[in-house]
Ligand binder design. Sequence first.
Ligand code: APR
Length: 229
Amino acid sequence: MKLAVLTGAGISAESGVPTFRGQGGLWKSYRPEELATPQAFRRNPALVWEWYLWRRSVIAKAEPNAGHIALVELERKYTENFLLITQNVDGLHQRAGSKRLVELHGNIWRVKCLSCGVVYYDYSVSYAQLPPACKECGGLIRPDVVWFGEALPEDALELAIRWARSCDVFVVIGTSAVVYPAGELPYLAKEHGAKVIEINPESTPVSPIADVIIREPASSGVKKLLEVL
Ligand code: APR
């Protein structure tokens, strides 16, 4: 059996990382167009960095939860028949031990230089000066995440689409499925005959096409998944 899993911010909620649109979600108190677009970064890179450093400091205090860990167990069980596709930039799947992982929206711990193009990991939660400079050329660096209006990394998206089209079971965990193209993947999987399983305490646009719904938080819901699979 070939198994693909799509995760969103909800899987990290129980680790203390705020979601975007849920209660206390980031987009309730911050305006994405001021902080998560290339235009916002051009206008005020220091302000955007200040916000990403705050998010880094929250994520740095977080630990992977039982939901992340149960997905590592699934990966061990299904090995090459398993792929984890995440919209999350927090790196908690990697910290839990996930290897067969595709990051659709980048990673908050990686930076990209706008001058020399170098990409590297940087675990700083503060910088002496904002915006920070590239360690290679001194140029302006940005978080290596996908902002609104930007294209997703081609390889990652292509792989995710290929698995959505060829898997037997497609599991959707902790996403409101309103952001595209990630939100399209469950429908693609359904169209290609996969069984769709949703784990989310709330209903989402995916709920009507789900064959199985586990209306629970990820930490208990993914454990249940281990039982049904
Ligand atoms: N377990 C499982 N799901 C949960 C939990 C939990 N403990 N807590 C909340 N959820 C669910 C919510 O019900 C909601 O459906 O997680 C979902 C979170 O939705 P969003 O906040 O919209 O996050 P996400 O779907 O990941 O957002 C997609 O939007 O802002 C951009 O790039 C950002 O990757 C992000 C994308």
